[in-house]
Design a protein around this ligand. Structure first.
Ligand SMILES: Cc1ncc(COP(=O)(O)O)c(C=O)c1O
Length: 370
């Protein structure tokens, strides 16, 4: 039996009629860019997040890059973020000519350590950019308190956290604005690249929309600022609209599987299991174990047809692409240790419970438990 990390075909088969109808509708309309599907998806996704506005863009990396630009982040500015994330978080800062200042993470949640924030803020700090990693929200209340003290906006990198919550409020409505990716394997995934920015600030939403569509003004050939082409296309919007009504159920199915793993793996030697922290509800994008012998465990599971992943083998302050930020080994001990220990095992709404039980059994067998 082979178990993949995600099974997008199984998801498609569950909602095939809805997806097929949505894509056929767009093809028949020949309205491929912008238009009704995009407008309605933006409305529906904003409502889902509890945000006043959503602006669809081409992907999550653009969402971050454009949002930072809309804040006026540029050369000479610093953005405080984490290194325990996908490279795009750092890229978006450098692409705007600013400098990422990396703080360490809290090892229980894998997210920004609010205690490390205060020491990282300087007069050049323009913004704080926490990441809701693996679906677990960052400790937003603590982060927002530090941000308010310094009058800094907080931009959420919510690329992995559709439907995650803090105190009953969803990711996308926790900071001043938030960036989402709808990469196919995300909890809400398109059939290609797609992304969005959510915010309650109408003026900010308008600025983002303008940058994402060639700096447009009120008419088509009225270009007010230098923008870019980062539009959400209608086929992706239609697929996302078909999937959005299922997201709550899929998130519940992820939670059910995460709890099952935890029940079956509790007490296994050589493993630390992921836990929801008091401040938030995880969207369980990934089930992340910490393993004393990660490479051995990975080889054991691979040999038995069970897929695994390592997000991320190198914290981004140590990536050559981030050299301009001046990071070096030893700067972020928790992030660096986690990058040597973390391993993800299959977790998706359609994962059969028998497969999950077998995966847990193989992990326990490897760790010497019975
Ligand atoms: C935390 C994080 N930020 C940003 C991105 C970038 O999103 P995209 O791949 O849609 O550009 C991703 C996606 O992989 C991500 O996981």
């Amino acid at each position: 039996m082979n178990v993949p990390m995600v099974d997008l075909r199984a998801q498609y088969l569950r909602i095939q009629a809805e997806i097929d109808a949505a894509t056929a509708r767009v093809v028949a309309s020949t309205h491929f860019i912008g238009g009704e599907e995009c407008r309605l998806f933006e409305q529906e996704f904003a409502a889902f997040c509890g945000a006043g506005h959503a602006v669809g863009v081409a992907n999550g990396t653009d969402a971050l890059t454009i949002a930072l630009r809309a804040y006026g982040v540029g050369p000479g500015d610093e953005v405080v973020t984490v290194a325990n994330t996908f490279i795009a978080t750092g890229e978006a800062i450098l692409l705007n000519g600013a400098r990422p200042v990396f703080v360490d993470v809290d090892e229980a949640s894998f997210t920004m350590d609010p205690g490390a924030l205060e020491g990282a803020i300087t007069p050049r700090t323009k913004l704080i950019l926490p990441v809701h990693l693996y679906g677990h929200p960052a400790n937003m209340e603590a982060i927002l308190a530090v941000a308010a003290h310094h009058r800094l906006p907080v931009l959420e990198d919510a690329a992995q956290a559709h439907a995650a919550e803090v105190s009953g409020r969803r990711a996308g409505s926790l900071g001043h604005a938030a960036c989402f990716s709808f990469y196919p394997g995300k909890n809400l995934g398109a059939y290609g690249d797609a992304g969005a920015i959510t915010t309650n600030d109408a003026e900010f939403a308008a600025r983002v929309r303008q940058i994402a569509n060639h700096g447009g003004g009120t008419t088509k050939y009225d270009n007010v600022v230098v923008g870019t082409n980062s539009r959400l296309d209608a086929l992706q919007a239609a697929v996302l609209r078909a999937k959005l009504p299922h997201l709550e159920r899929w998130t519940a199915e992820r939670l059910e599987r995460a709890l099952a793993y935890t029940r079956l793996l509790e007490g296994t030697a050589g493993l630390v299991l992921p836990r929801e922290q008091a401040w938030g509800r995880s969207a369980w994008h990934l089930y992340t174990l910490r393993a004393t012998n990660r490479e051995g465990l990975q080889a054991h599971l691979t040999a038995r047809g069970i897929a695994t992943a390592v997000h991320y083998p190198r914290p981004i302050h140590l990536q050559p692409a981030m050299a301009a930020a001046g990071g070096k080994t030893g700067d972020l001990p928790v992030s660096e240790r986690l990058s040597r220990e973390v391993i993800q095992i299959p977790l998706y709404p359609e994962l059969p419970l028998e497969s999950l039980e077998r995966i847990a059994q193989e992990i326990r067998a490897f760790c010497g438990a019975r």
